[in-house]
Design a protein around this ligand. Structure first.
Ligand SMILES: [Zn+2]
Length: 171
């Protein structure tokens, strides 16, 4: 692709005017430039950016697929365990939720470890913690629900503070 000689924006061969700075590209003294080195450099850079983006996207897809797969696997496992008599039907939902919560927490940790930015996985961590808490509540019939709820919330806040501090060390 040629570039506008004035502002450097990419233009097409057919363009009469640069779409950015409106310079006429048909004037003979202002033909779109196509310097070989510049072009190669830019193309390489574009390709690299594209590749990075694809990799990120790919990792996101991968994480989503792994999470979804684990949820399905866990659903099967909790059914199998129930059928083998490890827990009554009443606890089935709780066991399932507990596992989903753990999977979501792992997903959050994975995302955090990939990016090093806690905020990227924080939603999964908090969501996972709540779902796991809900499941544990059903399975273990926790009486002091609110006490455990507050303890869990406090732990999340502490964990977040520790992780944020770890990623931005203060001098
Ligand atoms: Zn221009």
């Amino acid at each position: 692709m040629p570039y506008c000689p004035v502002c450097g924006k990419e233009v097409s061969e057919e363009d009469e005017f640069c779409s950015k700075c409106r310079t006429s590209l048909k004037e003979p003294w202002l033909r779109p430039v196509r310097r070989r080195e510049e072009k190669d450099e830019k193309d390489e850079k574009d390709e690299k950016d594209e590749k990075d983006e694809k990799e990120e996207k790919h990792e996101d897809d991968q994480a989503g697929a792994i999470t979804g797969g684990l949820v399905v696997v866990w659903l099967g496992v909790s059914f199998a365990l129930r059928n083998m008599g490890y827990y009554p039907w009443a606890d089935m939902g709780g066991v399932f939720l507990l596992g989903i919560g753990v999977i979501l927490i792992l997903r959050g940790l994975w995302q955090y470890s990939k990016s090093g930015v806690l905020d990227h996985g924080f939603g999964y961590l908090v969501g996972g913690a709540f779902v796991a808490f809900l499941g544990a509540n059903i399975v273990f019939d926790i009486r002091n629900t609110w006490a455990f709820f507050v303890i869990g919330l406090g732990l999340i806040i502490v964990l977040r503070a520790l992780m944020v501090r770890g990623s931005n060390p203060t001098p």
